[in-house]
Design a protein around this ligand. Structure first.
Ligand code: ADP
Ligand code: MG
Length: 623
């Protein structure tokens, strides 16, 4: 006789930790286990449909695919069964004993941070199967791979505490059958009406029939009742879909518990035939800044599910958009390799970018408040746009939001259109400054002249800004100008005449000569300025030099940057300058001049090459 041996395995350590977390910290909304198991069953059916397209002869396949759920009150169990792809023994060990996803650690961290164990995170992260242990003391999985060469089935069994058992079994029906042995205190889930409600809540958008077994008292017979419509929402006519239905569909598609901010549903006929349904979420995914963050659309071809996270259809700077694309032109056996570098993909991508940007324009125009919320959440990502997508530069620029001198708050609410409409009548350029923080941008001495002349300046202090400004060269025929760079156009603007050397006292000219002599190796140029009011001096980058922020960006990225030689500007009307210019002793004068230069450099860069020297010098002079 062939006795089937049972083998015991340990869960991987991160699974143990996760199971522990889930079992002990989830008190509300426990019903999501059913959503997760139905979603897995539906995925398994999608996978079988998809895989049997390319080799129909190797797979058991029929048109009667469905998910069945039954309750056994006497035994205290719920059984969820599907006739999808199923699993081999190795699959079961791999899929139900480990977590394949990267970033498990950071997930566990963010999960712990949310006090009550925010369970919307579970679905988001895709550890759905383990959620069955929230309500079960034991879970068994009976499964058989749908490939016709695999006749042997597998039994997987665990109480969720460190180990699971595996055993060979015979299973007639292909697919997976999961039995939950409910904990005593969770027997509420044995109520058929309760389960029926949960199923209808979570399965409306599942494309395969989800059925529940009911018992008829009169005839004493069991029968199956289909609960969901099992029709793809995106194929329906826009006008027949309610707002609520879109929202529910979004939640189903993304596992997000918030409603989306806005969506765009389009059916296109003709050369390229496709349906797209794009959503803008309210909140960014917890891992949106991770390098290996999975984003992209769900791809369908002629209503058949092909893959998740297909990022070939949207650029990186729109990676916060979620949704699906259903194409009639792509082949059913399409793979990631085929998708890349494919003319159809490319056309679709261009079309979807247009749709996404239109959707944002619409939001910006009709709902300023919601757009602001969007910007606060995703603005930093959209700022990658100018560098990534030169074709749509103007549209993207129009969607950007800034803060400025006049804005008087760090919140970025000003559009470029508004900036231009408030420009000084003689102003030709859009002025901006980049700095490490809003405070340091706002208090930069470069702004003094602009404040005095009532000219607004954009204050940029996000890390990405300097890089973005390399690609944002003009908007509506107005050039962008960094005010920490030398710029002759400014003279035209300001009412004050350029300082005329002849009018200056010879003393000052003499002083300037001395300064030039002292600093000849340190700076590119020394000159007098009328830009300053409160500050004695400052430094500027030459118009063809790298700006300070750019140099910082490069060196932060580990690149060598040549030292910037600045233009040193002196405000001859400042009291301190007037005083210093009277100093006769050349050594003392030299110390003062170095101090002035260091001050200007500190204000520009936020750091000094030799801070100790600066302090010693200042203390000496103070004494
Ligand atoms: P996810 O669904 O995000 O992959 P889950 O924890 O829900 O994560 O499931 C883990 C894996 O277990 C699935 O990816 C799948 O490979 C396998 N699996 C779970 N349920 C089934 C099922 N009903 N049929 C086949 N495979 C399944
Ligand atoms: Mg799942």
């Amino acid at each position: 006789m062939n006795i089937q041996k049972q083998e015991t395995y340990n869960f991987k350590s991160e699974v143990k930790e996760l199971l522990h977390l889930m079992i002990h910290s989830l008190y509300s909304n426990k019903e999501i286990f059913l959503r997760e198991l139905i979603s897995n069953a539906s995925d398994a059916i999608d996978k079988l449909r998809f895989i049997s397209i390319s080799s129909p002869e190797s797979y058991e396949n029929d048109s009667d695919m469905n998910i069945e759920i039954s309750i056994n009150k006497a035994q205290g169990t719920i059984i969820i069964s599907d006739n999808g792809i199923g699993m081999t023994r190795e699959d079961a060990i791999e899929n139900l004993g480990t977590i394949a996803k990267s970033g498990t650690k950071s997930f566990i961290e963010s999960f712990k941070k949310e006090k009550n164990g925010n369970n919307s995170l579970i679905g988001e992260f895709g550890v759905g199967f383990y959620s069955s242990f929230i309500v079960s003391q034991k879970v068994t999985v009976r499964t058989r791979f749908a490939n016709t060469a695999h006749t042997e089935g597998t039994l997987w069994e665990s109480s969720g505490e460190g180990e699971y058992n595996i055993k060979k079994i015979t299973k007639k029906k292909r697919g997976t059958e999961i039995t939950l042995y409910l904990k005593k205190e969770e027997e509420q889930f044995l109520d058929i009406w309760r389960i029926r409600n949960i199923i209808s809540k979570y399965s409306d958008h599942i494309m395969v029939p989800v059925k529940i077994q009911t018992y008829d008292e009169k005839s004493k017979t069991y029968s199956w009742e289909q609960i969901n419509k099992a029709k793809a929402l995106w194929t329906l006519n826009k006008t027949s879909i309610t707002k609520k239905e879109y929202q529910e569909f979004y939640k189903h598609l993304t596992n997000d518990s918030n409603n989306p901010i806005i969506w765009s549903h389009n059916k296109v006929e003709g050369n390229q035939e496709y349906i797209s349904l794009l959503f803008i979420p309210k909140k960014a995914d917890w891992d949106i800044w991770n390098r290996d963050n999975k984003h992209g659309l769900k791809l369908y071809v002629k209503r058949v599910y092909i893959m998740d996270n297909s990022n070939e259809f949207l650029p990186n700077y729109l990676r916060f958009i979620k949704g699906l694309i259903d194409s009639n032109n792509l082949p059913l056996n399409v793979s990631r390799e085929i998708l890349q570098d494919n003319r159809i993909t490319n056309n679709l991508k261009q079309a979807l970018i247009k749709r996404s940007l239109k959707m944002l324009e619409k939001l910006a125009k009709h709902n300023v408040e919601k757009y602001q919320k969007f910007w606060n959440e995703f603005g930093l990502i959209l700022k990658e746009g100018p560098a990534e997508d030169s074709k749509n530069l103007n549209t993207i620029a129009n969607l950007l939001r800034f803060t400025s001198i006049k804005n008087n708050s760090s919140e970025q609410t000003l559009s470029l259109k508004e900036y231009i409409s408030n420009m000084h009548e003689k102003q030709e350029k859009i002025y901006y400054i980049t700095a490490d923080s809003y405070i340091s941008a706002k208090n930069s001495p470069h702004l003094e002249l602009f404040k005095k002349n009532n000219i607004d300046v954009l204050l940029l202090s996000d890390k990405i800004d300097e890089w973005m400004m390399n690609y944002l060269l003009e908007f509506e025929n107005k050039k962008f100008q960094s005010i920490s760079k030398d710029d002759i156009s400014l003279n035209k603007l300001t009412e004050e005449k350029k300082i005329n050397n002849h009018e200056l006292e010879t003393k000052i000219i003499d002083f300037l000569k001395k300064v030039k002599n002292i600093l000849k190796d340190e700076v590119k140029e020394v000159r007098l300025t009328n830009r300053l009011t409160e500050t004695p001096c400052m430094v500027l980058s030459d118009s063809n030099e790298m700006t300070t922020q750019m140099a910082k960006l490069f060196s932060a990225a580990g690149q060598k940057v040549p030292e910037i030689k600045y233009i040193f500007e002196i405000n001859p009307k400042h009291k301190l300058i007037k005083k210093i210019s009277l100093i006769q002793d050349s050594n003392e004068l030299q110390e003062w001049i170095y101090l002035l230069l260091d001050q200007a450099l500190l204000s520009e860069k936020g750091t000094l090459k030799n801070p100790h020297q600066f302090i010693t010098r200042m203390n000496q002079l103070l004494i």
